[in-house]
Design a protein around this ligand. Structure first.
Ligand code: KG4
Length: 337
């Protein structure tokens, strides 16, 4: 049995979690509201807020887990991808605490965390995916279909060639004048709109790759053309615009996922990343799996965004393999699966 402390600081959430093997004992997240007024994450402010939050967040996670820090077996931390200044805070803290406690550190690829988030068990016996499974990873920075053969073997089958799905949500929301990040606002408005009210461009690209930049341009042109005729166009149509945008993004995502299922014959589907919090995406995956007799793993909303629980569990798998990190290793802003 191992107790792993996970630390996540890749973007604008400072999070710490403790797992006993893969069972979650605590998960604490301090989000940074300071960025809202700037319409996006400001890297320097994010690093400072991590610096403010990291000690109380880790301390609370250990207390909430009802263990003593001397019982920890290892510390897993997000090494990348992410904002370098933010990553340095979590990495430096993990190194210092590991020296103080004489336990190893484990570097975790944030993307592996999202893919393996389905192994976080809130209680013993909670269901986890069987290998192999397909993971649709959709966030502000990624849109990928990943074949997962084991915690140690993941293959990207398709990915975006330009914008990520989350960027499509956020950028379109921005031109509608919605606050950042726009994805959750689109989600809320879409619930009251007609998804067939507007038609936007869909990409025609081969293989299992995605593209969202054409959709973004098509959305922008629709607004521009209609605003010429009626300056109140966005306000009058915001629900229908959101619903039509969301349904187009979902159709694009599901089209390639369906192709991947047919190509691989894999019967278990998981989703992860910030966009997997979207109600329409969740419903579409659940419906698709039901209709095709597949098993769906849809994370609780708390595990869709950045969280240390997934980092701790991904770290646990590396712990089993004794894959530890050296003290002279540094974070990386960019890295693939
Ligand atoms: O995984 P994540 O927290 O971090 C990044 O990779 O940036 O994902 C953030 C993304 C943002 O683009 C945000 O708008 C989107 O996830 N998002 C949503 C929803 N909740 C978060 N998009 C659509 N609907 C939502 N409910």
């Amino acid at each position: 049995m191992a107790y792993i402390l996970g630390i996540e600081s890749s973007c604008d959430d400072t999070s710490a979690a403790v797992v006993r093997d893969t069972v979650l004992l605590s998960n604490v997240i301090a989000s940074q509201s300071v960025h809202e007024q700037y319409g996006g994450v400001v890297p320097e402010l994010a690093s400072r807020a991590h610096q403010q939050n990291i000690v109380p967040v880790v301390d609370t996670a250990i207390k909430n887990a009802s263990i003593d820090k001397s019982e920890l077996s290892a510390i897993a931390f997000t090494r990348g991808p992410g904002l370098l200044g933010s990553l340095l805070v979590g990495t430096g803290f993990a190194k210092g605490l590991s020296l103080a406690l004489s336990i190893p550190i484990i570097d975790v690829n944030h993307l592996h965390g999202h893919v393996l988030s389905h192994f976080v068990q809130e209680k013993d016996g909670d269901p986890v995916p069987e290998f192999p499974y397909l993971c649709l990873l959709v966030s502000g920075g990624n849109s990928q279909i990943i074949r997962v053969d084991s915690p140690y073997k993941m293959t990207v089958l398709g990915q975006t060639i330009d914008d990520a799905a989350g960027e499509a949500f956020d950028k379109c929301a921005k031109v509608m004048g919605l606050p950042y990040p726009g994805g959750p606002h689109i989600d809320k408005l879409a619930a009251q709109g007609n998804p067939d009210a507007f038609r936007f461009a869909r990409p025609r690209i081969p293989n299992l790759d995605y593209s969202f930049s054409g959709l973004k341009t098509s959305f922008l042109y629709t607004l521009r053309d209609n605003l010429k005729e009626d300056p109140g166009f966005i306000e009058k149509n915001k629900e229908d615009l959101a619903a039509s945008l969301q349904s187009t993004i979902i159709a694009i995502l599901m089209d390639k996922l369906d192709k991947a299922v047919k190509q691989t014959g894999i019967r278990t589907i998981a989703i992860g990343g910030g966009v997997s919090a979207n109600s329409g995406v969740r419903d579409a995956i659940a419906r698709y799996c039901e209709e095709n007799n597949l098993t769906a793993f849809i994370p609780k909303r708390a595990f869709t965004t950045d969280n240390a629980a997934m980092v701790a569990v991904a770290g646990y798998f590396k712990f089993l393999n004794k894959e530890f990190c050296r003290y002279d290793e540094v974070p990386y802003a960019r890295v693939t699966i």
